[in-house]
Write a protein that binds this ligand. Structure first.
Ligand code: BTN
Length: 243
C-alpha cells in the first residue's frame, strides 16, 4: 500500500485540474489525495460540467504508472467498484452503469473522470470521483444522493478513507491478477444487464441487449441481427420498451 498524502481545499476550480497543474510538486512515492468542499469548475466525461456543491465528495487521486501500463484502462472501473463495495457494506445496493457511474434506483450517484498525461517517462494520472453525498439534489434531475437514499448525513472524511482503502486493495489485486477477479463481481451489479441499450463511441452507435462484461471489462452488446459488439469505452443509454 502506498502512503497517502492529503491535500484539502474549501473551494477550488477542480481537484483534477489541481492535480494536473501541481503534478511536478507531488511526491512520486506517495498517493496524493486531493479533496475540495466545493468546485467552481468541476468537470466530467465528454467535457460536461459536474455540479460540485458543498456537502458532496470531490476527490482526486494523483499518482504515476509506467508508460503503457496494462492497468491504465481499468483504473476508473476499479475506483467505481471501490465505492460500490463501501456502499454495499452500508447495506445499499447501487448498480454500476458501465463503465464508471454508480446508480441508485436508476439515478446517478457518482461518476469518475480519469485524466492521463505524460510525466517524466511515465504516465501521470488524475483519477477523480464525484459522489453526491449530503447536498440537496435538484428536482427534475436524474441524480440522487446518499442523503436522499438513506435519510442520514454522511461523514465525508470517513467515506474518503474507506474509498481509498478499498482502492488500494483493489489496485494491488489488479496488479497481481489483472481484471479477471473483478469481472464476476462487477457483472452482478451491472445496470441494464439483459436489457435493451444503445452504446455510443464517437460516430459509432449500436443498439442491442447488454450481455455483460468481457474478461477485460469491456462491454458486450448483442444487436438484433445477432452480431456481438465489444466496446472498450463509450457511453450507454437505457432504452425502455417500445424505444
Ligand atoms: C462523470 O460522471 O462524467 C465524471 C464526473 C467526475 C467528477 C469528479 S469531482 C472530482 C474530480 N474533479 C473534477 O473536476 N471532476 C472529478
Amino acid at each position: 500500500m502506498m502512503e497517502v498524502h492529503y491535500v484539502h481545499f474549501e473551494e477550488i476550480d477542480s481537484t483534477n485540474t489541481w492535480a494536473k497543474t501541481h503534478f511536478d510538486e507531488l511526491n512520486p512515492q506517495m498517493l496524493t489525495c486531493i479533496t475540495a468542499g466545493r468546485q467552481t469548475a468541476g468537470h466530467g466525461r465528454y467535457g460536461r460540467a459536474w455540479a460540485s456543491k458543498k456537502g458532496n465528495l470531490h476527490l482526486t487521486l494523483a499518482f504515476s504508472l509506467p508508460l503503457n501500463s496494462p492497468l491504465l484502462p481499468h483504473l476508473a472501473q476499479i475506483l467505481t467498484f471501490s465505492l460500490w463495495q463501501c456502499l454495499e457494506k452500508e447495506g445499499l445496493s447501487p448498480q454500476i452503469k458501465w463503465p464508471n457511474d454508480l446508480l441508485i434506483d436508476g439515478k446517478k450517484l457518482s461518476g469518475v473522470l480519469v485524466e492521463a498525461f505524460p510525466h517524466e517517462q511515465a504516465t501521470g494520472l488524475a483519477l477523480g470521483i464525484g459522489v453526491n453525498v449530503n447536498a440537496p439534489i435538484e428536482i427534475e434531475q436524474e441524480t440522487t444522493s446518499l442523503f436522499e437514499t438513506t435519510g442520514k448525513r454522511w461523514h465525508l472524511d470517513e467515506l474518503r478513507d474507506r474509498i481509498i482503502e478499498r482502492f488500494q486493495a483493489n489496485f494491488q489485486l489488479l496488479q497481481e491478477e489483472g481484471f479477471p477477479p473483478f469481472k464476476a463481481a462487477m457483472e452482478r451489479c451491472l445496470a441494464y444487464k439483459g436489457e435493451k441499450i444503445s452504446c455510443h463511441l464517437g460516430e459509432k452507435t449500436v443498439e442491442g441487449i447488454l450481455e455483460g462484461l468481457s474478461q477485460e471489462g469491456a462491454l458486450i452488446v448483442q444487436s438484433e441481427d445477432g452480431t456481438t459488439h465489444i466496446f472498450s469505452s463509450g457511453e450507454i443509454t437505457h432504452l425502455r420498451l417500445g424505444q
